[in-house]
Ligand binder design. Structure first.
Ligand SMILES: Nc1ncnc2c1ncn2[C@@H]1O[C@H](COP(=O)(O)OP(=O)(O)OP(=O)(O)O)[C@@H](O)[C@H]1O
Ligand SMILES: [Mg+2]
Length: 504
């Protein structure tokens, strides 16, 4: 692709300061007509902040923005939408209980005699979504559809309102491959119709698959703009991190597992997960593999008591354990870091420090407050250990970047020093550098005798840290891989129910 002369959107010298943090320092972004432009950088690099400055969600502290050659200065997202810039934020801004059509037309419903004309609205919504290849009943509540469909609805809404620039902040973070294909189909279609698209993600394969150009941020500064046809993934990672990524996922699983800790016998919940059996020793990492919807998260929830088993039993250290809810689980030495930090995790207005200490304090009982100095020490320890980027431990956690919130949530559970740590998608939303750190952390915890169960859709990572892998398909446990059997190939075959190469 050759570079056209004039950018459609040109942001230059954009600065944004927060108390204690320079989030953006004279950033330039040139978005050309009809291109997909990836915005890349580590957690906390400033990607979401730049987007918010472009859309008027934040007031910028310096710089200019032109659209079609005209200076613009949107003071709200509504204003930037009118100018032609539509955005789907990292934290999706739809109302899940309303219908698809209501979400699509929120604030601009077709009315008749002052009343919302529901039939007309549904018909228009259906037509609009058919244009995106979605054939569904728009009278159904939004949350009865998959996240991918919800994303497409959010995009359809943004495009209908705006129509020049579409900004997507980590739209694929919780999608499986088929859903990503659906979304990419929509993105290509919009691009062909002349829309310019800004795409933020931590999945570099996806960047190269769909984007034409990339701007890379590091610590609030632009460190490079590249045509993706001219560079490799390795080049991009080096730019993002400002250093070479050390030889990433390598097999480091040495040493024998320790004592038997957990015996799970036919644990099940009717209609949700079929009988599940597994032993877990200290110093073991059991990987839980399977497609989205195969029951990975449900299995994790079952063990943690977030879902009540109606069949089977679990023994801890040889004794039958009664786990009726997560509180029981925590009391018995379990910890679980959930997949979705927004609904099961962070308490946005509470400080980072209090968020980190929450699980430990809850386990000790609220009547026995942990001394402030101790709280501070623990929080500081984990902020350092996980390299959480923040201005101060006192800041409300919602002000951290998405990936840093994820790390703080992990810190919360590590602080309880559990015997059994369950991690559901521990590297989601986390940048490439931090991926390697989290893998190394899992390895360290294992060596120190913790028992871990890690559900993940990242096969290479599972292979790197698991001492055993349990494969789920359609909510059934279908295969267990140990030792040399643990390869990405074998996992894929077990997921797809195909015989392995070389198998008899
Ligand atoms: N309202 C705010 N108050 C104080 N600091 C903030 C605020 N919003 C963002 N920051 C800080 O600005 C920096 C950039 O954050 P931003 O959310 O833009 O990162 P990001 O590149 O989107 O990261 P991620 O990949 O983790 O989503 C971070 O250090 C963050 O803590
Ligand atoms: Mg972000």
């Amino acid at each position: 692709m050759t570079t056209p002369q004039a950018p459609l959107l040109h942001a230059s010298g954009i600065s944004k300061f927060f108390p204690g943090a320079v989030a953006l320092d004279e950033v330039e972004l040139k978005l050309y007509p009809g291109e997909v432009h990836a915005l890349l950088g580590e957690n906390g690099a400033g990607k979401s902040t730049l987007i918010k400055c472009l859309t008027g969600a934040y007031r910028r502290d310096g710089g200019t923005i032109t659209l079609d050659g005209e200076d613009i200065d949107a003071k709200s997202t509504a204003e930037s939408q009118e100018l032609g810039i539509g955005t789907v934020y990292q934290e999706v801004n739809l109302l899940p209980n309303l219908t698809v059509a209501e979400n699509l037309f929120m604030g601009r419903q077709p009315t008749r005699l002052g009343l919302v004309n529901r039939r007309q609205m549904n018909t228009q919504a259906r037509e609009a979504l058919l244009g995106y290849g979605l054939d569904l009943d728009p009278g159904e509540p939004l949350n009865s559809f998959s996240v991918a469909v919800q994303q497409v609805v959010a995009i359809a809404r943004a495009v209908a309102l705006s129509g020049k620039v579409l900004i997507l902040d980590e739209p694929t973070a919780s999608l499986d491959r088929d859903e990503v294909d659906l979304l990419f189909g929509v993105i290509r279609q919009l691009k062909d119709s002349g829309l310019s698209i800004v795409f933020i993600t931590h999945f570099l394969d996806q960047v190269f698959e769909i984007s034409d150009r990339a701007t890379v941020l590091r610590n609030g500064r632009v460190v490079g703009e590249r045509l993706l046809a001219d560079v490799t993934q390795h080049d991009v990672v080096t730019l993002m991190l400002g250093r070479q990524l050390e030889a990433t996922v390598q097999d480091r699983k040495a040493g024998k597992p320790g004592a038997l800790l957990l015996e799970i016998n036919d644990l099940a919940k009717r209609g949700m997960i079929e009988p599940f059996s597994m032993n877990l020793h200290r110093g073991e990492v059991v990987g839980l593999a399977g497609l989205l919807g195969s029951g990975r998260t449900e299995t994790a929830n079952l063990l943690f008591g977030a879902v009540q088993a109606d069949h089977g039993k679990m023994l801890i250290d040889g004794r039958e354990a009664r786990i009726a809810n997560p509180r029981d689980a925590v009391a018995q030495g379990f910890a679980m870091c959930p997949e979705d930090r927004k609904t099961h995790g962070i308490v946005g207005d509470l400080s980072v420090r209090d968020n980190i200490i929450l699980a430990l304090q809850a386990r000790q009982g609220w009547m026995r407050p942990i001394p402030r100095a101790k709280v501070h020490e623990i929080a500081e320890h984990y902020v350092k250990a996980l390299d959480i980027r923040l201005a101060s431990l006192d800041m409300p956690i919602r002000l951290l970047s998405g990936g840093n919130q994820q790390k703080a949530l992990l810190a919360r559970w590590l602080a309880t020093e559990p015997d059994v740590l369950i991690l559901d998608e521990p590297t989601r939303g986390i940048d490439v550098g931090a991926h390697a750190e989290i893998i190394a952390l899992i390895e360290r915890l294992r060596e120190n005798g913790m028992a871990l169960l890690v559900a993940s859709s990242e096969l290479e990572e599972l292979v790197a840290y698991s001492t055993r892998v349990v494969v789920l398909r359609d909510r059934h446990q279908v295969r267990e891989l140990t030792g040399d059997e643990i390869t990405a190939d074998n996992i894929v075959h077990a997921i797809a129910a195909e015989p392995e190469k070389g198998a008899a």
